[in-house]
Write a protein of this length. Structure first.
Length: 188
């Protein structure tokens, strides 16, 4: 029973007449008469040679297209890789800083780095001038800002470490450093 139904259905498809006016299809390009292939070694793409083909109506045209394709491949391979997103680059910097802090068993620095990254993610760091930043307080973000210049900061934590200014960096200074590095990467 089922077989009969299928056969009838196929017959009805086969006998279907196409509409008198078919919509225009895509233009058919003439097939190239000549093709030339080369194996090109591009270190940035693959450790194996890449197969490149140039086509044309004449041998000279195929050769020219092959050379152009090879040149384009090299230009693309030499181009610098696209910059990762700001969050991805911040994560990489944070991981690097945490590794350094852990190597020195500096748990306080680990905590300040994490807080600094949170300040950056919250958009609490504003560049105000050459080496100068305004960083929002983490505990009173709506009312308090601290002024960061280089390694100095106007916050109470930084003032407590006045005698150790060369080595100590509060979370606001660390946050400003992270933003400075992120901005520098985008300039280059
Ligand atoms: Zn500070």
């Amino acid at each position: 029973m089922n077989t009969t139904t299928v056969a009838q259905s196929q017959e009805s498809v086969n006998t279907h007449t196409p509409p008198a006016q078919m919509p225009p299809g895509p233009a058919i390009l003439p097939e190239a008469a000549c093709a030339m292939t080369a194996r090109v070694f591009v270190k940035a793409i693959s450790c194996e040679p890449v197969l490149v083909t140039g086509r044309g109506q004449t041998g000279a045209e195929a050769a020219r297209n092959l050379l152009e394709s090879c040149a384009a491949l090299r230009t693309q391979a030499d181009a610098p890789p696209p910059l990762a997103s700001r969050t991805q680059r911040l994560s990489a910097m944070l991981a690097c800083g945490l590794k350094h802090a852990m190597a020195h068993t500096d748990q306080k620095l680990v905590e300040r780095l994490l807080k600094a990254a949170a300040l950056v993610l919250a958009g609490s760091v504003v560049h105000t001038g050459e080496g100068a930043y305004q960083v929002r307080s983490q505990t009173e973000p709506t009312t308090t800002f601290y002024e960061v210049h280089g390694r100095t900061c106007s916050c109470p934590d930084s003032r407590r470490h006045d005698e150790d200014v060369a080595a100590y960096r509060c979370k606001h200074v660390l946050a400003a450093c992270l933003v400075m590095k992120l901005d520098d990467q985008e300039k280059s």
